[in-house]
Ligand binder design. Structure first.
Ligand code: GLN
Length: 242
């Protein structure tokens, strides 16, 4: 099968190797005989909900976010329709913030978001940086996610909104709530860079499986499991929210 991926703002929102997530999706799809067809979605490009099997957006500094914010707000209808239709979405850090209602940056400027995820973000004075470990529930199985965070933003989820996971080590959404990320239908927002997917292959397979409408057979993943274990141990050594 061909899996069509809409990659939002590949030239603006791509820090801390976030583009590596696309490489992992492509490789894990190919190992199962599928092909990833990645199409850039830039400023002014409409989001036709039916055209994409998966949507992805990476992270970025305040400056890059300011350049794309008005455009992602203008894409709100297409993005909302995609999420409502169950399209799997992975949004990382700056992209995650801009899927919410707004991101108020360190200068106090309010960057409009797409308002797809039930959250808003305000930048704080101190950046939240370091290895992170989460516990999350996907399907019946408890899972862990290990990654790296580097953000000034403090994200507040609306009451009743579903976080991605519980923080075992690290700051997470705001360094206080004890939660990280947000889930809505098949959309996943997170602060976790790294890139995220090489050391968390189960999430890559969940995204691909959801796009294909099937549960993928797990792969051996020795190296990936080792990378996860190393990242998780580093996060644990860092301890709770320091
Ligand atoms: N600029 C945003 C912040 O500092 C997002 C940073 C990022 O994508 N790593 O919170």
């Amino acid at each position: 099968m061909k899996i069509v991926v809409g990659h939002l703002y590949p030239d603006y929102l791509n820090i801390y190797a976030d583009r590596g997530n696309i490489a992992v999706l492509a490789r894990r799809a190919a190992w199962r005989g599928h092909e990833l067809d990645v199409r850039g979605l830039g400023i002014g490009d409409p989001v036709d909900q039916a055209a994409y099997d998966l949507l992805y957006v990476g992270g970025g500094q305040d400056r890059e976010q300011a350049l794309v914010a008005p455009d992602i707000a203008a894409k709100a209808d297409g993005l909302k329709a995609a999420v409502e239709a169950g399209t799997p979405v992975l949004a990382v850090c700056g992209g995650y913030q801009l899927l919410g209602r707004f991101y108020r940056d360190r200068d106090g400027s309010e960057l409009p978001g797409a308002g797809v995820l039930p959250l808003e973000t305000m930048a704080g004075d101190r950046r939240m940086i370091g290895d992170v470990l989460l516990e999350c529930e996907f399907g019946a199985r408890p899972r862990t996610l290990a990654g790296f965070e580097n953000h000034a933003g403090r994200t507040l989820l609306d009451p009743g909104a579903e976080p991605l996971g519980r923080v075992v080590a690290g700051h997470g959404n705001d360094g206080e709530s004890g939660y990280e990320g947000c889930r809505l239908a098949n959309a996943v927002g997170t602060y976790l860079h790294g890139p995220l997917l090489p050391r968390n292959p189960w999430l890559a397979d969940w995204l691909l499986g959801t796009a294909l409408g099937e549960e993928l057979e797990p792969l051996p993943d020795e190296l990936e499991r080792e990378a996860h274990a190393v990242a998780a141990e580093r996060a644990r050594r860092r301890g709770g929210r320091s």
